[in-house]
Design a protein around this ligand. Structure first.
Ligand SMILES: [Zn+2]
Length: 346
């Protein structure tokens, strides 16, 4: 998810997606860090993954190398960086290319970085066709392992529902065409579940979980319910569709109590953790900026809630990450033979 109070480097707060600080880069819109009422990370999970961290966002512009070093020190061995608009998707690909040591790489990373490209529901209404075509083209890059983040946000409604739904539908089609899982953000206003219900209806309408999808994804799951938020039966319905469920610091907030039950229902092969950095700081993390290293708090919560050995949890998280984004063989498939590869991003 991308919350509603942007954590810009300057600490400036503004509604919605802020485009352009002094450096001309945008940041995802953000929420307050929330109520950190629970969480006792005495449990140490290792190794760790962060399946969703926006480290291309402005708050990391001045010290990203240190942030990645801290993540590596904390045991993070996988990091997926999703885009939320065109520029942030480009930046995600550039980071992945750098981490892979590609030509013109901005910087080597002590943590392997994977990219996802997509348009967040907050900005769905503002995307023109050339912009979408660029996102679609980038989706074919072998460094791009997922499509997103996209989804539905009826809590803040920065884009009208119809624009969000249209945006979601073409991301689902792109996921199927490229054979890459779709990263889904879904939030309803407090006490409501209309976004979750609409999301499930859209997934069913798109045929997620059908044989064609399964074949297109070559064994990978069709989508990820990122930063899980919603009632227990919504989580169950997502699992029935074959989705992966990813938990963030959101689980520590008031109103998110169902997550504590859902986390026990998810098969270990389809369970991920994430930070949604720079947002959703878990207990103990600075509220002004969450970082991938703090995924350890949510991972510890997972181990505690499931009553599982922390080392086993860590190993399973890595295996689930690799199976979700790299496929059963644990390697990124060559995309040249897939039906909709749009070429490399430059
Ligand atoms: Zn996000």
């Amino acid at each position: 998810m991308v919350p509603d109070r942007p954590a810009t480097a300057s600490g400036r707060a503004a509604p919605g997606v802020v485009t352009g600080d002094a450096a001309g880069r945008s940041v995802p819109a953000g929420d307050p860090a929330g109520d950190a009422a629970t969480g006792s990370p005495a449990v140490r999970v290792t190794p760790l993954i962060d399946a969703h961290g926006h480290v291309q966002a402005d708050p990391f512009a001045h010290d990203l190398a240190a942030v990645l070093a801290a993540a590596a020190d904390a045991g993070v061995v996988r990091l997926l960086v999703p885009g939320w608009d065109l520029d942030s998707s480009r930046a995600a690909v550039a980071l992945a290319r750098g981490a892979a040591g590609g030509a013109g790489a901005p910087e080597a990373s002590p943590v392997p970085i994977d990219a996802a490209v997509g348009i967040h529901p907050h900005v769905a209404a503002g995307v023109d066709e050339p912009t979408w075509e660029e996102v679609r083209a980038m989706a074919g890059d072998p460094l791009v392992l997922a499509i997103g983040e996209t989804g539905l946000d009826y809590d803040r409604l920065f884009s009208p529902r119809e624009a969000q739904l249209a945006n979601l539908r073409r991301h689902l089609a792109l996921g199927r065409a490229t054979g890459k899982p779709v990263i889904l953000h879904c939030r309803s206003a407090a006490g409501r579940r209309d976004a979750q219900d609409d999301l499930l209806a859209e997934l069913r309408e798109a045929g997620v979980g059908d044989g064609d999808w399964v074949r297109a994804l070559q064994g990978r799951p069709p989508a990820i319910l990122h930063s899980f938020s919603g009632p227990v039966d919504y989580g169950e319905a997502g699992l029935e569709l074959g989705l992966v469920v990813s938990f963030s610091g959101l689980v520590f907030r008031r109103g998110e109590q169902p997550s504590a039950e859902v986390v026990r229902l998810v098969p270990s092969g389809r369970l991920l953790v994430e930070t949604d950095a720079p947002y959703l700081s878990p207990p103990g993390a600075p509220r002004r900026r969450n970082e991938p290293a703090w995924v350890r708090v949510t991972a510890a919560w997972v181990a505690e809630r499931r009553g599982e050995d922390p080392v086993l949890v860590g190993e399973r998280l890595v295996a689930a990450y690799d199976a979700t984004f790299h496929g059963p063989a644990g390697v990124t498939p060559v995309t040249g033979g897939s039906p909709a590869t749009g070429g490399m991003c430059t």
